[in-house]
Design a protein around this ligand. Structure first.
Ligand code: SF4
Ligand code: ZN
Length: 288
């Protein structure tokens, strides 16, 4: 197959766009898509201080590299969750990535709060991924606010958004709609804005970009990773109907919903909807 732009040998065939591209034309095509998405949905502004949460996987690696190439001012935040060799390997990889891209890196360790995700999993006090999600969101927000970042960027993909939606519709939950937006403005002074610059990009598109740019990333899977049921359903529909996932996600973008009453955690003072925030509840079970 030949590249649609220059006629050289193609390395990527993107069925969603009906286009094949060579190793030279692909990265600029990818960056154009990311840039268009950021502008169209007002995901980021050029003068903002961005804190990019990078786990070391292909998607967050693609995000920080694309932001840097597009001229945004972004630093890396790596959260050491304390998940054995997975965390060690990921940290090494993110450290090398930051060096290669010439961006600042901050590392925050969950064990400094008195526990790790491996501890959570051993005790099974709560579903591991749910405690992990609470911990990541807590640390990202607090670190970004205390270090005066304007916005936190995460590497969520179009498959993440679509599978999250399907899972919650099936579960009858209504508290999720707000989370799907490409950008969430703060609803309180203690909350930092959140952005998903890759919400229209697929995992495959991110992977091809990362490979062609020869960026370090970890292909290891977290040992606590649950079976990707809903994602597999999204992959299957996309396989049968190329372009489905992007169209579906674009159709979901809706106006912001209002939040309920805002409270502050009586232990740490962060925003919560209960007396004690979810993070402090987990933490307390390890430290008291
Ligand atoms: Fe955390 Fe679960 Fe992701 Fe592992 S798979 S990093 S435990 S959310
Ligand atoms: Zn708290």
């Amino acid at each position: 197959m030949r590249c649609k732009k220059c006629g050289k040998k193609a390395v990527a065939h993107l069925r969603a766009y009906g286009i094949a591209l060579c190793e030279t034309c692909y990265p600029s095509f990818y960056l154009r898509l990311v840039s268009r998405s950021i502008r169209r949905y007002r995901i980021l502004k050029k003068d903002e201080r961005i804190l990019a949460a990078v786990s070391g996987g292909k998607d967050s690696v693609a995000m920080i590299s694309a932001l840097t190439e597009l001229g945004y001012k972004a630093d890396v935040l790596y959260i050491d969750l304390g998940i054995g060799t997975y965390s060690e390997e990921s940290e090494r990889s993110v450290f090398n990535l930051a060096k290669q891209l010439g961006v600042d890196i901050h590392i925050v360790r969950l064990r400094d709060y008195g526990f790790t995700i491996d501890d959570v999993s051993r005790r099974s006090i709560r579903k591991t991924c749910s405690a992990c999600g609470v911990s990541k969101r807590y640390i990202m927000n607090r670190f970004a606010r205390e270090n005066r970042y304007d916005v936190i960027a995460t590497g969520h993909t179009v498959e993440d958004v679509a599978s999250f939606y399907l899972k919650n519709v099936a579960g009858g939950s209504k508290l999720w709609v707000e989370k799907l937006a490409p950008r969430n403005e703060p609803f309180d002074a203690k909350i930092v804005a959140r952005a998903k610059p890759l919400f229209e990009m697929s995992e495959k598109e991110n992977l091809i970009y990362v490979l062609l740019r020869q960026l370090p990333f970890t292909a290891l899977e977290c040992p606590h990773s649950p079976s990707p049921d809903w994602k597999e359903i999204v992959y299957e529909i996309e396989r049968r109907k190329p372009g489905f996932t992007k169209n579906f996600v674009r159709g979901l973008i809706s106006p912001r919903e209002e939040f309920g009453e805002i409270k502050y955690c009586c232990i740490c003072g962060e925003v919560t909807n209960a007396e004690i925030c979810s993070f402090c509840r987990i933490r307390r079970s390890f430290t008291s």
